[in-house]
Design a protein around this ligand. Structure first.
Ligand code: SF4
Length: 463
């Protein structure tokens, strides 16, 4: 294949599998970025199944806490595997459980290795143990993004409204200040906080200079959390409308597609001095720009280098470049008052609404065109599928290369053997009481309270 500049492409195009899947399922429209600008939006690397919280919508499994932490050499090999699949530029999310529970030296080694492979690292945490000192070390190791999960499903003591948690969010923003990290916030939307969504968005809007992405996950019936099915009022449309209300302007969530439309809704904002505008309003221009970026890309692997390719648009598509400049001029005009107030400073904030599927209602078309994968022993797997069948992946024997040849690591015992152990039926394993989480913990508390009530009643009757 030849590029417009006559360059011969020889490498493998990592975007092809996603592009083919999106095309197969009718999702490769002219504004689709998946499979064109990137081979995969994000890959999660779960480095521990332990967590210091017990979220009411936790996606981990009932027995996940029985799994030992995956050894570092296996994780490093998984980073290489992700790079082979999706190439440089891919965003690798270091997650768990909560990854801050692992040794700082392991975290630094992972971040360095991700950087060595030319990928982006994102540290996804509830922030409780992510101290300033830890963030400084992670930033020094080359961390790119810090994703902070804060919401009411975590039942943090002393916070009973979503908006009251803004105090925690502000403290976290301060903690990361000056470290050169992009800060992202994740919020699970469920019936307990849905009514507060516009107010929460107003908070994010006021801090657009410090936050790069706000991501909202809609409640799903998966994992071990005590909350299950979503309230019928919470739909992709009702969530995006509430976000628009909070931002104070009608946002277009169809101007750019990121993967399957039933999975992700994306939009972007420009903010300056309190003024907010949506740069994604000119759909014909967006379509032409995406086509040109895809066409003019000269990387042989991994994510498209958008900045570099934009420069190439000026050389190979001068008319399109002029249209883009005119559009940018329109943004400057719309933001003029804010730009004056902020002495020319403006920030871009992205918004993502992520619609995870219920474990019992996986849709083949969405799983096949998934843009949010988990790195497993057997390669990348759709996050929804992984959540639905988690135990079979986290307790699968894991291959590890040693000086003595390949060995197999057992997640339940933490031991290594020369041959893979037969799979353990983890569903029959007893969980120690202090490691119970989610539904199983709630059930046990319920049983204990019934026993106490029955005893008290019996005691009363016998008096
Ligand atoms: S994780 Fe699930 S909801 Fe998200 S993109 Fe993949 S299939 Fe869709």
């Amino acid at each position: 294949m030849l590029s417009p500049s006559g360059r011969q492409f020889t490498g493998r195009d990592h975007r092809e599998p996603l592009r083919t899947a999106l095309k197969k399922h009718g999702e490769l429209g002219p504004r689709q970025t998946g499979g064109r600008l990137f081979p995969m939006a994000c890959v999660s690397l779960e480095i521990t199944q332990r967590c210091n919280l017990d979220c009411t919508l936790c996606y981990l499994s009932d027995r996940a806490e029985l799994a030992k932490d995956v050894p570092l050499p296996i994780l490093l090999a998984r980073i290489d595997m992700v790079c082979q699949h999706y190439g440089a530029g891919t965003s690798l999310q270091i997650s768990g459980g909560d990854p801050s529970l692992r040794k700082i030296e392991d975290l630094e080694a992972l971040i360095r290795h991700i950087r060595l492979r030319g990928m982006r690292s994102c540290f996804m945490t509830n922030g409780i143990k992510a101290t300033r000192a830890m963030l400084e070390r992670l930033a020094a190791a080359g961390l790119d993004d810090l994703a902070l999960h804060v919401d009411l499903t975590q039942e943090r003591k002393g916070y009973d409204t979503e908006v009251s948690l803004n105090e925690v969010r502000d403290a976290y923003i301060q903690r990361a200040e000056g470290l050169g990290l992009r800060v992202l916030f994740n919020t699970t939307i469920f019936e307990g906080n849905f009514a507060e969504l516009p107010d929460l968005v107003r908070f994010f809007r006021a801090r657009a200079d410090a936050i790069t992405l706000i991501s909202f996950q809609m409640q799903a019936d998966t994992g071990r959390g005590v909350l299950r099915e979503r309230d019928g009022e919470i739909t992709q449309n009702s969530v995006t409308n509430a976000i628009s209300e909070g931002m104070g302007l009608a946002l277009d969530y169809d101007a750019v597609s990121v993967g399957h439309a039933h999975c992700n809704r994306y939009t972007s904002l420009l903010v300056s001095g309190g003024e907010v505008i949506s740069p994604l309003t000119n759909r014909p221009l967006i379509e032409d720009a995406i086509a040109a970026l895809d066409d003019l890309d000269e990387r042989e692997e991994g994510n498209l280098d958008v900045r570099r390719t934009l420069r190439r648009i000026f050389i190979y598509r001068p008319r399109l470049a002029l249209r883009l400049l005119a559009e940018a001029g329109k943004w400057v005009w719309q933001l003029r008052r804010g730009l004056i107030r902020s002495k020319g400073r403006a920030s871009r904030m992205s918004i993502l609404v992520h619609n995870f599927m219920d474990a019992s209602k996986l849709e083949k078309s969405r799983c096949e065109s998934c843009v949010f994968m988990v790195a497993t022993e057997n390669g990348p797997l759709s996050m929804c599928v992984h959540n639905a069948e988690r135990d079979s992946h986290i307790f699968a024997p894991m291959r590890i290369e040693t000086e003595l040849g390949p060995r197999w690591w057992n997640a339940e015992t933490g031991e290594m053997s020369e041959k893979p152990d037969a799979p353990v039926n983890i569903a029959n394993e007893i969980i120690p009481r202090k490691r119970l989480k989610g539904r199983m913990k709630a059930e046990q508390l319920e049983m204990r309270s019934t026993v106490v009530k029955t005893r008290n009643r019996a005691g009363g009757d016998s008096k």
